[in-house]
Ligand binder design. Structure first.
Ligand code: COA
Ligand code: AMP
Length: 636
């Protein structure tokens, strides 16, 4: 039995002992006497009597251990352009001041802080400052529309919103203040204060109740870390569900710190002093876990990159940074590699740099297609690791556990379940399937430390969304299968969540935006394959009786509606006018069947279909995906 199999078995046979040992990776104010508390199952708690501070573990303890002069954070903006590094001591001092500023603004333990900032060091500092004082941060990705930001403000009810004046995209400067103003105007909740960091590229007009970061933070009195219970919340991160209303994934302090610290060694083989670079955004879970918390918890150096893998300025951007900072491991989404491959198929840019420090590439966020895997492996000559996880899980469920035991790779597979995750593939009735048989991927409870505790102020939705379908199991929403060797192949979502360039989106939210168009009677959105972004949303709209809009205008208006209500990140560009939508007799739109047809699969027609001819009429449109002439106008 190999190291992975042994560790995996131990983690499931004795979770308490296993995670209590892993908890030694963390400095506790009060060490936990036990790991798992199942008294309130399925609301499991980890390290119930432990007390700690996550920020102290990420910063102070390294300074106290004599590593204060080690680089903690490298900021590299290809957009400004600019570069800056912070030692552990410098980062601790900055964070302590931000924490002091937040305290002065009335933020205390348990209060929420919305962080609406691009990829700048101050975003990381604000997150850590919240952790320092026991406040709960909720970071909102810059590519969302005001309505999405408003939904998060309303749900989290922050005491303070911390924002920056702009984000920098290759095609434009994104002014954050108008977006925030609009969001606040829509929200039923108003924060006590809004703190704005002014960026020189575009300064905000602070005459309307905003506080200037420079007036508040530099002079603030640094504060010490506040001990919190391991089970106290660290952050809320909203993610797309099947409805338009985002789900507020709630993460604790203790389980999160233990799981992330453990994963850095076991999965990523990253240790104190290594340089680890996650090419993502702090607005996503990948950014929370592997830009901010995990690298700092283990005393590594994290790279915070503002830019894209291509076009800022070229397809050598990643390789320049590897050379410049001696990056050991890159973690990004397959779409980033596809973007590089498209622009630089022969990897000519790569040849210009010395990337000898690079030991491995990790990819997640969407399925890693074997072609991209092969290209990256050949170009880089280092192990390329596909691994699978979700906002909810917080860290990898399946991976090639490089730090425990590197295993042979099978392209198309995320390799094996990571210790702690009891992964099963089941049929619709919850029966375990044989190797090779595809079904729903579920995880037997309890989930390991680091996984979501519940949804913010919505235990009922937590149970309904994840735990009610298969008793005693967490329903991942992904389908897949195990092969004979126990390798897991993740095939895709079984619900209405889509992944666009590694960004998770709800088709329901896009549909809601399309439905606001006055000519639209009803609509459906599905994810269709895209050679760069993995998948992109495709809208099928049924027009109201009598509506006969110009198609180009309609398309432009639909695109504008999605940008307005969901945001540019939805990358909504394609729609077709269709006579009717295929439905079951109970009225459920057959999105999954349409998705399969668009994917080029031979989908069997569900026996419950109301009218099979409706689906037949859509086959050429789904295969061809062009804005069709309406054959008839249907009002429903
Ligand atoms: N703030 C504001 N707007 C943003 C944004 C942000 N933080 N991030 C993206 N957008 C906008 C983009 O400017 C673009 O707008 P446009 O339609 O006006 O051009 C739109 O949202 C779509 O963005 P994106 O999907 O990122 O496409 P892109 O063409 O700009 O870049 C990639 C494509 C593949 C290079 C890019 O998606 C990428 O690097 N992805 C991989 C890494 C990653 O972040 N993964 C996420 C989770 S691991
Ligand atoms: P997010 O919550 O944004 O991290 O998105 C999670 C979803 O992304 C998962 O449920 C999967 O559908 C998809 N995903 C993430 N990683 C992988 C992977 N390695 N292979 C296949 N799908 C993945």
């Amino acid at each position: 039995m190999g190291e992975h199999a042994r560790t995996y078995e131990r983690s499931l046979a004795d979770p308490d002992g296993f995670w209590l040992r892993a908890a030694e990776l963390i400095d506790w104010v009060d060490s936990p006497s036990r790991a798992l508390d199942d008294t309130n199952a399925p609301f499991y708690k980890w390290f119930p009597d432990g007390r700690l501070n996550t920020c102290a573990n990420a910063l102070d303890r390294h300074v106290d251990n004599g590593l204060g002069e080690r680089t903690a954070l490298i900021w590299d903006s290809a957009m400004v352009p600019a570069k800056k590094t912070f030692t552990y001591r410098e980062l601790r001092d900055e964070v302590a001041r931000v924490a002091g500023a937040l305290t002065t603004l009335g933020v205390g333990k348990g209060d929420r802080v919305i962080v609406y900032m691009p990829m700048i060091p101050e975003a990381v500092m604000t997150m850590l400052a919240c952790a320092r004082i026991g406040a709960v941060h909720s970071v909102v990705f810059g590519g969302f529309a005001p309505k999405e930001l408003a939904a998060r403000i309303e749900d989290a009810r922050p005491t303070v919103v911390v924002a920056a004046s702009c984000g920098l995209e290759p095609t434009r400067v994104v002014a954050y203040q108008p977006i925030l103003d609009e969001a606040l105007a829509m929200s039923g909740h108003q924060p006590d204060h809004t703190l704005m960091l002014q960026r020189e590229t575009l300064r905000a007009d602070l005459g309307r109740g905003y506080l200037d970061w420079d007036d508040v933070v530099p002079g603030a009195k640094p504060v010490e870390p506040v001990p919190v219970s391991a089970t106290d919340p660290l952050y809320i991160l909203y993610t797309s569900g099947t409805t338009g209303k985002p789900k507020g994934v709630l993460r604790d302090n203790g389980g999160h710190a233990v799981a992330l610290a453990w994963s850095m060694g076991a999965v990523y083989d990253i240790h104190a002093g290594d340089v680890f670079w996650t090419v993502s955004d702090v607005g996503w879970v990948v950014g929370h876990s592997y830009i901010v918390y995990a690298p700092l918890l283990v005393g590594a150096t994290t790279v915070v990159y503002e830019g894209k893998p291509v076009g800022t300025p070229d397809a050598g951007a990643l390789w320049r940074i590897v050379q410049e900072y001696g990056v050991k491991t890159i973690f990004t989404a397959p779409t980033a590699i596809r973007a590089i491959k498209k622009v630089d198929p022969k990897a000519a840019e790569l040849a210009k740099y010395d990337v000898g420090s690079l030991a491995s590439l990790f990819l997640a966020g969407e399925r890693l297609d074997p072609e991209t895997y092969q290209w990256a492996s050949a170009a880089l000559g280092v192990p390329v690791t596909d691994h699978w996880w979700q906002t909810e899980t917080g860290w990898p469920i399946a991976a090639n556990p490089r730090g425990l035991e590197p295993m042979p790779t099978k392209p198309g597979s995320a390799t094996v379940p990571v210790p702690g995750w009891d992964v099963r593939v089941v049929d619709a009735e919850g029966r375990r399937l044989e190797p090779g048989q595809e079904g729903e991927i579920v995880i037997r409870l309890p989930l390991p430390p680091g996984a979501l505790q519940t949804l913010w102020e919505d235990d009922e939705r937590f149970v309904d969304s994840y735990l009610s379908r298969y008793s005693g199991h967490y329903h991942t929403g992904d389908s897949g299968y195990f092969d004979e060797d126990g390798y897991l192949f993740v095939m895709g979502r079984t619900d209405d969540v889509i992944n666009v360039a590694g960004h998770r989106l709800s088709t329901g939210a896009i549909e809601a935006a399309l439905a606001t168009h006055p000519a639209v009677a009803e609509c459906a959105v599905i994810g269709i394959p895209d050679s760069l972004k993995g998948s992109v949303p495709f809208g099928l709209v049924v027009l109201k009786a009598g509506a006969a809009p110009d198609h180009d205008e309609l398309r432009a208006e639909l695109i504008a509606a999605v940008r307005r209500d969901v945001g540019p990140v939805a990358a909504f560009r394609e729609a077709a006018i269709v006579p009717a939508l295929p439905k079951t007799r109970s009225g459920k739109i057959l999105r999954r069947t349409m998705r399969g047809i668009a994917d080029g699969r031979d989908e069997s027609v569900p026996p419950t279909i109301e009218d099979a001819s409706v689906l037949d009429a859509l086959v050429p449109i789904l295969r061809d995906r062009t804005l069709e002439e309406p054959r008839q106008h249907t009002s429903r």
